[in-house]
Structure formats: C-alpha cells, structure tokens
Design a protein around this ligand. Sequence first.
Ligand code: ADP
Ligand code: MG
Length: 677
Amino acid sequence: MVDASVQEVSGVGPKLAEALDQIGIRSVEDLLYYFPNRYDHYQQKPLHELIHKEKVTIVGEVIHEPTVQFYQRRKSRLVVTLSVDGVVVKGVLFNRAFAKKHFIPGEEVSVNGKWDQHRLQITIDNYKKGNIDETSPITPIYSSKGEIKNAQFQKIIKNALSTYCEQIIEILPPSFLKQYKLPDRMEGLNQLHFPASFEHLKHAKRRFIYEELLLFQIKMQLYRKRNREETEGNAQNINLNKVKELINTFPFALTSAQQKSLAEIIKDLQSPYRMNRLLQGDVGSGKTAVAIISLYGAVTAGKQVAFMVPTEILAEQHEASLREFLPEHITVRRLTGSVKGKRRKAILAEIEDSSCDVVIGTHALIQDDVHFGQLGYVIIDEQHRFGVQQRNTLREKGILADILFMTATPIPRTLSITAFGDMDVSKIDQMPKGRKPIETYWVKQNMFERTVNFIYKEIKAGAQAYVICPLIEESDKLDIQNALDLFHRLQEVLSGKATVGLMHGRLSTEEKEQVMTEFSENNLQILVSTTVVEVGVNVPNATVMMIQDADRFGLSQLHQLRGRVGRGDKQSYCILVADPKGENGKERMRIMTETTDGFVLAERDLELRGPGDVFGVKQSGLPEFKLADMVHDYRALETARTDAIEIVADEKWKLPEYQGLMDYLVNEIKIDAKLLN
Ligand code: ADP
Ligand code: MG
C-alpha cells in the first residue's frame, strides 16, 4: 500500500512531519486514514431553530448604516442591524471597524458566529456578501491536539490524495461493493475527507465502517480456525450414562436453557477440537450447575479439570458446591494463595500424578509450578475479570485443553461478537422455576430512616442485608457517601438491634474472608461494603440489597449487585438510594425498577453509556474502531460477521476476486500467512 514516508507528501517538511509523528502519522497511508473527527457546515437555519450560544449562520438584509464605537485605546465595536425573515437581528463585530463598508443597506449578507438567543444578537466571526448557504462546503475538522492547524491538515491531505490516489487499492471484492452499494476505496477516502454532500459522506462512512468490521471479523474467524486446527485430536471419551446418573441425583431438574448449554459443552468436549466457549447467564441462572455436570463428564473420560475463579471467597464457595454435587469418590482440591507450605506441596504432587481430579483455585492455578498430569478441561468463571491477557496465557503456556469461560455479566450481542468473536457462545437466558423476582425500589437520600426501618424488619424476621457504597474514601469532588461513614451511622441507629460489618478493598485477603465468613454464618446481619461483594458471593439468607448513590453505577453493575439477593426462597428486595441530577441517571433508576432481565439491562446500558463503560475497554479487549460504533452500526456488524464466517469457512481467499483482501490481511493486519494456506 501507500507505505511512503509522510514527508514525501508535498507540503510536509521535517517540522510538520515531527508533529504528525506525535499523533501517530508516519506513512502516507497513516495520513490518508486519519479521518476527520467532525465536519463543520455553515448551514442556514430559521431563527426559531437556532440554539443559544451555538455557532450559527444567518442570512439577512442590512437595514441601515452600521455604527462604530471606539473605546479604551484601540478597541472598536461595529454594530450591524439585519432583517432576517422580518425580524430585526443585531450583529456585532469587535475591532473590525474597517468592515463597515461591506455592510451596505438594502444588500443581502451572510454572517456566521455565536448566537445569543436572549438578545437576538450574533457575534460575527465571518461574513460574506449574498447567501453563502447554497455554496458552503462541508469542512473537515481534524483533531491534532492543537499542534497542526486545520487548514494545513486539509492541505496536506488534499495533496496526498491527489498524488497517491492511483496507489489506493480496492480491497473489497467487487461483488460486495455492488451488493451493498458502497463507493470504492479511493472514492470513499476522497468523500470522507472532502464530502461533496452529506449523502456522499454517509456512503463513504458506510464503506469504511463495513471494511473495518469485516477485517476484524475475518481475523476473529481465522483465530477460531487456528484454535481448532492446532488442537485436533483431543476428543474426550465421556461416559454419558454416568453423566445422566449424576444429573438424576440433583435436587432439581435442569431448565431447558441449562440442558441446551450443557449439550453444547459436552459436544465440544467430545469433539476432536479444543473447546473455546463462553457460557453467559444471569446470576443464579445455574451456570455453576452446568459447569459441574460438564466437568464430571471430563472426569469420566479420565481427564483432570482446573476451575479458575477470581477470588478466594469464590474458590471456597465453589469448592463447597463441587463437594455437594459431585460423587464422593471424585477428588477435589483447592489451590489458592492462602494454601501454603506442606499442604500446597502435597496438592501440587496430587495434581502432577493425576490423583486429583478437580482443582479449584484463583489464577494461582496457572502459575509456573503447577503441572497437571492429565489436564483436559479448564473452566474460568467471571471471565472478563481475567482479561484477554490471561485468556491468552493458557494458549501461550501450551495448554490446549478445552476451555469454558463463564460470565454472569450479560453481554450485548454486538459486544460479545466483537470482544469474543473468536469464541462460541452458549446462553442461559432463563431462570430456574420458582424464583421470586426481586422487588426493586428507588428512594431518595432523605428516606434513610425509613429504609433502615425496613431493613430492620427483615432482620427481625431472620434475614440479612447488604449495604453497598461506591467508594471507600471521602472525595470532596464527588461527595460520595463513604462506606465508613455509613457503617458508623448504621451501627449507631441499630445499636443493640443488629450487628453491622464492614468490608472494603483496603482490607487484607484474610480480613475480607473473615468478614465474609461472619456474614455467611449470620453473625453479622448487615454487611456494609464497597463493590467487593459484586463477584459471585452466595449468602442465600440475605434478602435486602441497599445501594447508596446508585446512580453512580452502570445498569450492568447494579444488576450484578442486585443478583446477590434473591438466592433463597424468601422474597428479596433491592433498594436504590439516589438523587440523580441528570435525565440519564433518572432513566437508569427507572429501568432498574422495571426489569430484572440482565440481557435487556445490558442492551440499555450499552445505549446509555457506550461500550467503554459497559465493561472497560482495556480489560475487555474490545478493539478501538476508527468509525464503527457498537450501538449504531449493529446491522453492519451482523452483516460483516456473516460475511466473515462465510469467507473463512469456504476459504474464499483462494478466489481471485479476494486477492486484494487477503494481501491486505497479511500485509496490513499482520495475519500469519500460514492461516491462509
Ligand atoms: P450461577 O452460577 O449462574 O450464578 P448457580 O449454578 O450457582 O448459578 O445456581 C444458583 C442456585 O440455583 C444454586 O443454589 C443452584 O443449586 C440452584 N439451581 C441451579 N440450577 C437449578 C435449577 N434448574 N432449578 C432449581 N435450582 C437450580
Ligand atoms: Mg456463578
């Protein structure tokens, strides 16, 4: 492609090249793909549509001679009166007395500047005779952190486009351009930088959005393919009868969503390829139950299983569940940071000689001194907390076992096919029968006493409550009620009536565990906590989840927190304490009281807050697209994905019309050419 140094572009000298380098522009290609971040267009609007304090364009007739006032030493104020659709509007120019001669009574003039709705006045920046609206171009605005002037940017991009246009090679097969009515690459680039109209701009954007999504999805599909090919030959010989027997010992029947997910997982375990699957399901939907049954399947095939969770507390809880549900002869061991010395050595030996069937632990499990004799299956719970990095660690360590990632964060489809596009997805979108939906209320801060009384009533009836605060330390800026304060307040109000515990991120692991144990044994009736309880903790006796400053949390996070209650058979409640100022915050509180469906909430969260906030861009491995947007370009994303799946499944790159696309994947996206053999 256009690899030449950006200095080759006429108008780019060493100094400018350096400034460009600062914003990541080194080659001509980089420059051409540095898209405007917005466009200015001085479009005339009727007076009643103008917005106060915004930059506007007005066309009117000069009513009479402008007046000039001089003040201080050399300052001046030129006032022009215009008739705009019969309304008198004042135009003001500062220190440009010379402009007086351009405003001739009876003539039409276009002015552009900041609008003052209250005074019907415009502070004029630019003016032009006649009506400029019809001829006004759409101006690209580039963000360069102030280093490079916009006009300069426009000039060098224009130069680059005219010099290198011949070298801009189409990468999409012609049939795609035709089918989706997309402009070709060169035309698209020209229109993105210098749109002839908003219609042209729309199509140019459409083209590059599709292009970047398609390239990304092809990459994901190629990884998926590699994953399968690399691991051929790891079919597990599962004893399905034994698996059925185990299911029969359960005190409940699996929901049909659980059955479907389980079948998909078992099929993957049996297949000769490595499983790379994401199991999604709301808190309490029964993911762990499915995981336990499937891991038992692997054990019947003579394999060892590693079950990774993010915290010690969870490791303990899962260990208990494993012991509860698995037949007694299965050896289950827990290996976490707190297991040390002789005990740890003994467990490591059992892992190595394969006498231990299931190991549950934190990421200590993939440390270097842990050697599995027969590792066949790895389950990773609450996977986004492990991040993409850890996701790859397993592969890098040469662990080619089947992998199941579990998450209780319902992920909107657009995000999941992007961040986890290389994985297969199972979804448990149904709750076990008989669950009472959690009742959710939104209250104002001034209802504290009533809320506490309500909690006390529940406690008197034998239940327990969580009280969640967003931050541990007092922050002047955010004025967030901190956990400590609340802890003391509750202790005071409920003195002699209930015991209150405190948990926050500053406590050591042992201290946290101690508090958690006290709470799960009902020695503490109320647990005041920062969000550390968010992940997977299970105390079925807790029936109230009170969340302070609830508007500071996103919907997905609130949903996670709410999922901590409603785990027993008693009616549970979620109380959101918040006085949100903005509409957005109010809307979020309202939605929470209206639905308990995690997938619905996740979609709304994505719309209201954007992908970055739904699950931290850095952690999630979401790519940063130049133009594509997860919320608005949903359709393009689906189309690109379908096309990518087809291209990779049918090895279409072998067709001549895909040559450009494949060259680009290898040379620009740096896909290993071996994958395209
Ligand atoms: P998750 O891991 O998705 O949060 P769990 O598997 O821990 O959910 O299930 C939550 C609770 O529901 C557990 O107490 C579990 O024993 C129970 N459970 C799981 N599946 C069912 C089912 N099909 N019917 C009734 N209870 C179930
Ligand atoms: Mg779980």
